[in-house]
Design a protein around this ligand. Structure first.
Ligand SMILES: Nc1nc2c(ncn2[C@@H]2O[C@H](COP(=O)(O)OP(=O)(O)OP(=O)(O)O)[C@@H](O)[C@H]2O)c(=O)[nH]1
Ligand SMILES: [Mg+2]
Length: 456
């Protein structure tokens, strides 16, 4: 997969029909192959949209013309992949686009593997690994905030931050090595005090990056939020309200919901998988019992459980059991049907958010409450200057770098010889290298590029 000498072709737009669809060619032969298929009399002008008819170079019989297209040549190195790239915009029909790919293959191109265009961008040094992962995230984003964080990473904010830390460590390593190489000069290139201070500076910079990682990861990966509670309290009504659709059946019959129902919703930029569950009560039959077991399993994997109760009723045994179960876990207590409460109500104080799905009372407080229970506020996500770390791979590597820097700092503080300090500093640098892809094992690369689809 890591060869970049041949010319690859693939449909770059999503499957299905659309106004236009794009076929992309990349490799040394891309201009030749394109010009062989296009009705052009002169070579394609760089970065110039050229109208042409596209036909099979060796017609399979009958008419050889496939479509009218716009072709654009991006000569190396100023292209997505760093190689010669030709993008052909045709009519967005899977049949037409498939035929164009076939014609390109007959003319000498090879069908691209998953992520192979982006892999070439990485191998030719156009993009580092953080940016490659950001491209995958940007394409996969389902909320605007996910897209924003991915775009910031694509712009290189995280790479720059790590680069600055790496440069400071590298500089310190150079001076420590000079101290070893020239021991008799009577001159130390760096004293122990400064060494400790500099390592501490690098360590704190990484800690600052990591301090926002939980929130960043939450935004990248999304969260599971499960709605639980006794029967008939309005769980499905709340679920429908948060989804903005009538996805779940609502009825004035206890035990209406029997299975798990889930839907993806955007809560303050977090991609939440919201799960409605069967109400808790003494099961009347095997199906209901199974439904409740599924509800229990859903609560077990939830990042947050919303416990719903009837604002106008007393706490019952089902609620008590749920409150006991969710104690100490992330949970949000919601008392629904506040419209039915006349005057004094027994239980719903302090911790409980009173709402009425029927009248809309209190509903504006729900989303902010869900978002803050999931972890922090959007403002804590970082700015363009202070990037948010969202990717578990980056988090893991930076945590290991932190451990190495801590060890180096400890050794320097104890006045141990430069060699001891150096070994840990070097290891920390290999972690930085692995984040941005300067040295990354092939299996890690394969795993990353596998997440792409063909044509990306
Ligand atoms: N008065 C009032 N009734 C509500 C409110 N929210 C829901 N209801 C009604 O309560 C009944 C039960 O609502 P559901 O959403 O089906 O309740 P559930 O908790 O999903 O019930 P199960 O699926 O049986 O566990 C329905 O008749 C709803 O119209 C509310 O805020 N006020
Ligand atoms: Mg229900």
């Amino acid at each position: 997969m890591f060869s970049i000498d041949d010319t690859i072709v693939a449909i770059a737009t999503p499957p299905g029909r659309g106004g236009i669809g794009v076929v992309r060619l990349s490799g040394p032969e891309a201009p030749r192959i394109a010009e062989q298929l296009l009705s052009v009399s002169a070579p394609l002008k760089p970065r110039h949209a050229t109208y042409a008819r596209l036909q099979h170079a060796c017609p399979p019989g009958g008419s050889s013309e496939i479509d009218e297209v716009i072709a654009t040549l991006f000569p190396a190195p100023k292209s997505y992949t760093g190689q010669h790239v030709v993008e052909v915009s045709a009519h967005g029909s899977p049949v037409v686009l498939g035929e164009i790919v076939r014609a390109a293959v007959v003319a000498g191109a090879r069908v691209a593997e998953r992520g192979e265009f982006t892999l070439r961008a990485f191998l030719s040094g156009k993009r580092d690994l953080v940016q490659v992962e950001a491209i995958a995230d940007l394409i996969a984003a389902v909320t605007p905030l996910q897209a924003r964080l991915a775009f910031d990473q694509l712009q290189g904010t995280l790479t720059e931050s790590i680069g600055r830390i790496d440069a400071s460590v590298f500089d310190l390593i150079a001076r420590l090595e000079a101290s070893i190489d020239f021991p008799d000069e009577g001159y130390r290139f760096v004293d122990a005090h400064a060494t400790v201070a500099e390592i501490k500076g690098a360590r704190e910079a990484i800690e600052r990056l990591l301090s926002r990682s939980a929130r960043g990861r939450l935004i990248r990966e999304g969260a599971i939020v499960v709605i639980a509670g006794p029967t008939n309290v309005g769980k499905s009504s709340l679920f429908n309200y948060l989804c903005g659709s009538n996805r779940a059946i609502v009825a004035d019959v206890p035990g209406t919901t029997r299975d798990l129902i889930s839907e993806r919703v955007d809560v303050d930029g977090i991609a939440v998988t919201l799960v409605d569950t069967a109400g808790a009560r003494e099961a009347v039959d095997a199906v209901e019992r199974e439904g409740m077991e599924r509800a229990t399993r859903a609560r077990d994997v939830a990042n947050l459980t919303i416990v719903v109760a009837d604002a106008a009723a007393e706490i019952g045994p089902e609620e008590r059991a749920l409150l006991e179960e969710t104690k100490g876990r992330p949970r949000l207590l919601v008392a629904n049907k506040s419209d039915l409460v006349s005057g004094r109500t027994s239980i719903r104080v302090d911790e409980w958010i009173a709402i009425s799905v029927r009248t809309g009372d209190g509903l504006d407080r729900l989303r902010p409450a869900i978002s803050s229970h999931l972890g922090g506020t959007v403002a804590a996500t970082g700015t363009r200057e202070e990037p948010a770390i969202t990717n578990a791979r980056h988090i893991g590597l930076l945590e290991r770098a932190l451990t190495c820097l801590g060890a180096a700092e400890g050794a320097a503080a104890k006045g141990r010889s430069e060699e001891f300090v150096l070994a840990d500093l070097q290891t920390a640098r290999t972690m930085f290298d692995e984040v941005v892809g300067r040295r990354t094992p092939d299996d890690v690369l394969n795993r990353i590029f596998e997440t792409f689809c063909v044509g990306k």
